[in-house]
Design a protein around this ligand. Structure first.
Ligand code: ATP
Ligand code: MG
Length: 411
């Protein structure tokens, strides 16, 4: 049942635009809104009228309340759409939820609501949420869950991992980097996405034991028509915290996506996540350059053999030929010789010199423990916490975070 249409025209802008089509506890909600706002200071808007009303409302006077009490696909999609519209119009959105599933909740929350309140229970949650919104509005700053200024809500940092030769450990690093980063930034409410761009043989689904979603295929094959909902449907989650775009179920040609598609996927991901970690396939595609250009940090991973060295040389030559900025390149040596392996150390030095590079990180060989952890679908944090491999990856994340902080301070 929809709430009655309270006011046709407003002498002053209503404080709340309310969308509550089909909301189960509508009667109680009406009463509570009357108490909170005063009878004529909130307005029930039919969804059809959303664009019109939102475009004339101002963020200084009004915010949007969207109520949802069902997991029905259409209702969820409509709610998501309303929140997007609010955001596009620079309005803060308060989500009022009845009895919905965690999955529904999750998919709606990531649309960028400023506040949410379960309703009708617990009593007081709605009032608290409204108060927080008012406070945020008065202070001119928005609640931490998201910003709603109409501009992209977040502008995530992009970190890419690229193995110059097969099997050098790029995916292992991408997975563990992403998970350590998720753990480290959890308390600040940061969101991390891990995207497997190896559409053919991507192994991230295996390494994290997460399902490959049907929607991945649509996402990669029609990325230019993509919206947040499409992205959301394609993402799996690891432990409810790390959002993962796996490779599709069937191996697809790497050129299934165009450079524009890759741009679209990265841009959407950056809007909803603070950090976007991308695992690249070894083959260089016409879209690889897009990832390189979007990356804040691009980790090029190699081992100490001739095959890796030659490929790294070629890769760098390609970047130079394309006039790409080499400063974002971070060189990582995997299965690096140990401290006591003097001849190995000499070799590392020689290879680095001949390539004209310095290794930012050297990750030791971690033996069976690492392979087992990958095979069991768990990050090293879970299965091999004290392994030197994990510790070095943790240092990678710490270094990355330190640099981020420095850049932010400088900028
Ligand atoms: N430092 C290490 N010590 C021990 N095993 C490792 C180490 N790094 C990676 N591995 C193992 O090597 C295997 C290959 O690693 P991974 O899949 O990460 O490489 P890749 O560069 O992504 O390969 P691909 O070319 O297939 O994409 C995995 O089983 C992984 O567990
Ligand atoms: Mg890989």
């Amino acid at each position: 049942m929809a709430l009655s249409f309270r006011r046709e025209t407003a002498e002053s802008a209503p404080e709340a635009l309310v969308f509550s089509d089909g909301f189960s506890a509508a009667e109680e909600l009406i009463q509570d809104l009357d108490t909170q706002f005063g009878e004529d200071q909130w307005l029930e808007v039919p969804a059809d009228d959303a664009e019109n009303m939102m475009s004339i409302a101002s963020s200084e006077d009004s915010f949007v309340i969207v109520a949802l009490s069902s997991n029905d696909e259409v209702a969820v999609a409509n709610t998501a759409q309303l929140i997007r519209q609010a955001r596009a119009n620079g309005l803060m959105a308060l989500l009022v939820v009845g009895d919905i599933s965690p999955t529904t909740m999750h998919s709606i929350m990531r649309e960028g609501v400023a506040e949410f309140a379960p309703y009708p229970e617990p009593a007081g949650a709605l009032v608290d949420a409204i108060d927080r919104l008012r406070l945020a509005r008065t202070n001119g700053n928005l609640p931490a869950i998201s910003s709603t200024t109409g501009a992209p809500r977040r502008l995530g940092k992009v970190v890419a991992f690229y193995g110059v030769a097969g099997g050098v450990g790029a995916s292992t690093m991408a997975v563990n980097f992403a998970w350590e980063l998720t753990q480290m930034t959890r308390r600040e409410g940061r969101r991390v996405a891990l995207l497997d761009f190896n559409f053919q043989y991507g192994s991230i689904a295996t390494f994290l034991d997460v399902p490959r979603r049907e929607a991945v295929y649509e996402l990669v094959s029609e990325a230019s028509n993509l919206d947040q909902t499409g992205l959301t449907q394609a993402l799996s989650t690891y432990k409810d915290r790390l959002h993962v775009l796996t490779a599709p179920r069937d191996a697809l040609p790497l050129d299934i996506v165009s450079p524009a598609d890759v741009d679209a996927i990265i841009n959407l991901a950056r809007e909803s996540f603070d950090y976007v970690v991308i695992d690249m396939p070894q083959a260089l595609m016409n879209w690889s350059e897009k990832v390189y250009a979007a990356a804040d940090d691009f980790y090029a991973v190699m081992e100490i053999d001739m095959r890796s060295a030659q490929n790294m040389f070629r890769f760098m030559r390609t970047l130079k030929a394309e006039d790409m900025n080499l400063e974002k390149l971070r060189f990582v040596l995997n299965r690096a010789p140990g401290m006591t392996d003097l001849s190995g150390k000499t070799r590392v030095k020689r290879v680095a010199e001949s390539l004209g590079i310095a290794f930012l990180h050297q990750i030791p060989e971690g033996g069976k423990q690492i392979v087992n952890s990958c095979d069991q679908g768990a990050p090293l944090y879970e299965g091999a916490r004290s392994s030197p491999v994990r510790k070095e990856i943790l240092r990678m994340v710490e270094k990355f975070m330190t640099e981020e902080t420095e850049k932010a301070a400088a900028g």
